[in-house]
Design a protein around this ligand. Structure first.
Ligand code: NDP
Length: 253
């Protein structure tokens, strides 16, 4: 099988699997954080788990950037920088920034995360820096690029602010849960997930690619069901949970 055929097959598989994962995760909540439970095998320390899961995305994308023939164009440099900005933060800063209640994550979850990040890093890195030929300097002025990058930035700001609010809910050593207040938390239970979704929808738009779309669909597939589980959990846990607060979309859902 040629690499191009492998690439196509993997892309189709990822697109199809995103729909399957979306449905399955409404029945089985991913077993980490507040939804952790027995039966998912041995676990790893959370910080180490995040580093292991997220590093492949940063690494594989960087490898395909440096070996790709298109890495000198301005859009390519820009895509490389914003991808790494996100993943270097997620792999090497975020794990020490959060305050966890459960100090471990099942290895099975970590392995799924690694597999996804390897495939996703490969698809995006290979396409953008080798197969694509549309990212010339003119792409910087394309409305899809401009709107996509604006969405990406907006998503990052929402995600980071929301994760920051969660962090401040616990003083060091506290393992309990509290009702988050302020900002988008007045409207929804998981603004960090909404920010992440907006970010990768922005990526799909800015790259105008099937690989970008596949990533955005996987982000939706992971985070929409999880936002729903979080919301139900909050409502069960706190009798005074604000009734107007929705799961993910202000005023709607
Ligand atoms: P959560 O919102 O479940 O938790 C984030 C952190 O905040 C955890 O340390 C959690 O502790 C803590 N926390 C959450 N709610 C409360 C509360 N009410 N009171 C006190 N502490 C709280 O996010 P995830 O762990 O699922 O995800 C982390 C980041 O990774 C997010 O930014 C998310 O967008 C991103 N992500 C992206 C995915 C993608 O597909 N692109 C997939 C999964 C995550 P504890 O662990 O003890 O619950």
């Amino acid at each position: 099988m040629s690499e191009a055929a492998f690439f196509q097959a993997l892309l189709y598989l990822m697109l199809a699997l995103s729909a399957v994962v979306f449905v399955v995760l409404f029945f089985i909540s991913a077993p980490y954080g507040r939804h952790i439970r027995r039966g998912w095998g041995p676990a790893l320390r959370s910080q180490f788990a995040w580093v292991l899961m997220e590093t492949p995305a940063a690494l594989v994308f960087a490898i395909f950037y440096f070996i790709g023939p298109n890495h000198f164009t301005l859009p390519s440099i820009f895509f490389f920088c914003i991808w790494e900005f996100h993943y270097l933060y997620r792999a090497f800063l975020y794990p020490w920034f959060i305050r966890k209640s459960v100090k471990s994550m099942p290895i099975s979850v970590v392995l799924m995360g690694i597999t996804f990040n390897l495939c996703n890093g490969y698809l995006n890195g290979r396409y953008l820096f080798t197969y694509a030929n549309q990212y010339t300097a003119a792409w910087l002025l394309d409305p899809r690029f401009i709107a996509g990058v604006a969405l990406f930035m907006l998503g990052i700001v929402i995600n980071r602010q929301a994760d920051n609010t969660l962090r401040k809910l616990r003083i060091p050593g506290d393992t309990s849960y509290h009702i988050p207040q302020g900002g988008l938390y007045e409207w929804i239970s998981s603004p960090n997930y909404l920010g992440e979704i907006i970010q990768w929808l922005g990526w799909a738009l800015a790259t105008w690619s099937w690989v970008g779309l596949a990533f955005a669909l996987w982000t939706l597939a992971n985070l929409v069901p999880r936002a729903w589980f979080h919301h139900q959990w909050y409502r069960k846990q706190f009798a005074d949970y604000p009734p107007r607060r929705r799961a993910l979309l202000p005023g709607i859902w």
